[in-house]
Design a protein around this ligand. Structure first.
Ligand SMILES: [Zn+2]
Length: 76
């Protein structure tokens, strides 16, 4: 589970970007922390970079499906 110390640096945002499923290898629009919905493993992906193809494997639990849980707010 993603962790933090200073809550002043995180802001709850109820936006649809957090509800999308991402497949391994897809290029993400937001750089941040992504969590596997099947096993809870996490990774960091830069803006406009691809999610890892072989980050981890599941045996019988199902496919790797990523969900963004935190994104970095960048200046325009
Ligand atoms: Zn997983």
């Amino acid at each position: 589970m993603a962790q933090f110390k200073y809550s002043a640096f995180l802001h709850e945002a109820r936006v649809p970007a957090f509800d999308r499923d991402w497949q391994p290898g897809q290029v993400v629009a937001n750089g941040g922390i992504y969590r596997c919905k099947t096993c809870g493993d996490e990774t960091v992906v830069a803006k406009n970079a691809a999610l890892p193809m072989n980050h981890h494997r599941h045996d019988l639990r199902g496919p790797v499906v990523w969900q963004m849980i935190v994104f970095a707010q960048q200046r325009p």
